[in-house]
Design a protein around this ligand. Structure first.
Ligand code: ATP
Ligand code: MG
Length: 496
């Protein structure tokens, strides 16, 4: 007997394209209950049908056999009582008690005889197998029936026969045959029948078990295969046995999985091709952006160095050109530093952090920054209760700094920058709102891309860094901005 595991072909890979969330087999609905299995129902129904049919057949045979044994006993009884009547007629007429006693003795020696009696016409017992009854008189009522068993409950078949001579009733004979042997024979036949039914039940169950196993083995193998398929294993196959409906279903299943595997391979290849093309396009775009960003400061530096190399500059001009070289070199350095930060954002080290403390510390840090203009007011609206969240502390501080600095830079004429935290059931929502110049509609979608800037000295990497960090935290930046009214930048973090 092969195991289910043998029927499911081995496989060692999972496929990411299969959706395994909707179709988990772990729920209670998918647990196998033995009493509800096809196998159990088949065994029970086949065994029952078998037992009922065999039972009916055996019952019929037992009844028939018992009737024939009973009829045989009755016939023997009637023959014996008739014989007794013939043998006693003359003795009765002659009132020869000795002959009657002799007949009774012979009758007693016959098998199954329980009693035998000879009565005269008045009901007086003239001879009996029970000597104490000789001389007694039988009550007339019980002498009414003729050739009928008098009682069926005392394990004795009672028979009586009247003796008529020339139309005159001269007496009667009573005979009782013991039914013990008959009862024993019937009980033996019944027991044999029960044994046969039991045997039929066992044979029926075994046959049903074999039948149900043959029917359901492919179903079990298929259930296991479907489970593996839903967990993403496209290499799974069922070893389809037999040419019944389930065997055909198993083969159809294999064909379906093979076709699914082919399509999945195709989709995967196309996905890889597209990803590669997108990656190349992205690298090209990024290289172009970097080249574009560093070209201006680099040209300024080259021109300035050429001027200085000529050696004919006045002292003031020389000072100014040197200043340009310094400023543009610093700009170049800033671009490269920001780009390195952007491209090397480390893996987020998630910890449980009090976000409100982090925001207060960041605001204090920024308020001491000389770059923060006096005409910008920074407000915080934080929950009174603690706001614990899961985050990488340094990275979220960087996010806050970048967003706050952008807000401050968007308010050259001063304004209010507000930082709000709302604690919801499983998340902390953070909003940074300024009433600055806002972002032009054409730029809103693009500002999170690298090197997209609307500021003269900006590198355009601040929001790209923010977006990448938030993505590592499983969230993203939402931007709502209206030119001249201000900007709202928001994101949420997982509460702890
Ligand atoms: N709060 C804001 N209000 C208005 N414009 C904004 C705001 N935040 C971002 N922007 C616009 O989006 C652009 C991109 O911002 P980002 O932070 O990515 O780069 P940056 O600020 O230009 O340079 P840096 O790399 O120094 O941050 C900004 O140049 C600015 O035009
Ligand atoms: Mg910025």
């Amino acid at each position: 007997m092969s195991s289910i595991a043998d029927n499911v072909a081995e496989a060692d890979t999972e496929h990411p394209l299969l959706d395994t969330n909707d179709t988990k087999f772990n729920g209670k609905d998918n647990e196998l209950r033995w009493y509800a299995t096809l196998r159990f129902r088949l065994i029970i129904s086949v065994a029952l049908v078998h037992a009922i049919l065999m039972g009916a057949f055996i019952w019929d045979a037992v009844t028939e056999q018992s009737n024939s044994i009973r009829a045989e006993l009755q016939n023997r009884g009637h023959a014996l009582s008739s014989l007794m009547a013939v043998a006693t007629t003359n003795a009765l007429l002659a009132e020869d008690l000795a002959s009657l006693a002799e007949v009774i003795t012979r009758i007693r020696n016959q098998p199954d005889v329980a009693y035998g009696e000879v009565l005269d016409a008045q009901g007086n017992i003239l001879a009996s197998t029970d000597a104490t009854r000789v001389g007694q008189r039988i009550v007339p009522q019980i002498m009414v029936s003729d050739k009928m068993p008098l009682s069926a409950n005392d394990h004795v078949l009672d028979l009586r026969e009247h003796i008529h001579v020339a139309g005159r009733d001269v007496g009667s004979v009573f005979l009782g045959l013991s039914t013990d042997n008959l009862d024993k024979a019937l009980a033996a036949t019944r027991n044999e029948g029960l044994l046969f039914i039991l045997f039929a039940l066992v044979i029926g169950s075994l046959a049903a078990g074999a039948l149900s196993f043959a029917t359901t083995r492919n179903l079990h193998a298929m259930t296991m295969a479907v489970r593996r398929l839903t967990s993403g294993d496209l290499n799974v196959r069922v070893t389809a046995k037999g040419h019944d409906e389930v065997g055909l279903l198993a083969r159809a299943f294999n064909t379906m999985v093979a076709s699914l595997q082919r399509s999945s391979r195709q989709v995967k290849m196309e996905h890889e091709k597209r990803t590669e093309a997108e990656r190349l396009a992205c690298v090209g775009e990024l290289s172009a952006s970097i080249a574009h960003e560093i070209r201006n400061p680099l040209s300024a530096i080259i021109n300035s160095v050429n001027l200085l190399a000529r050696g004919d500059l006045q002292a003031d001009d020389q000072k100014q050109v040197t200043h340009i070289v310094n400023a543009e070199s610093e700009r170049l350095q800033r671009i490269l530093n920001d780009f390195l930060t952007f491209s090397r954002i480390p893996h987020s080290d998630m910890q449980t952090i009090e976000l409100c403390h982090l925001i207060r510390d960041t605001v204090i840090l920024l308020s001491n920054d000389p770059e923060l203009p006096d005409n910008v007011k920074v407000e915080t609206h934080l929950p009174a209760t603690s706001c614990m969240g899961r985050m990488d502390k340094d990275q979220i501080r960087q996010v806050l700094m970048n967003l706050i600095m952008n807000g401050v830079q968007a308010m050259p004429d001063g304004g209010t920058l507000s930082i709000e935290v709302v604690s919801e059931s499983d998340k902390l929502s953070v909003r940074i709102i300024d009433d600055g110049i806002g972002i032009p509609d054409s730029l809103v979608e693009k500002v999170i891309r690298p090197f997209v800037t609307g500021r003269k000295n900006g590198t355009g990497l601040g929001l790209s860094i923010v977006q990448r960090i938030l993505m590592q935290h499983g969230t993203k930046l939402d931007i709502v901005s209206h030119p001249d009214t201000g900007t709202e930048m928001s994101f949420s973090l997982q509460a702890a």
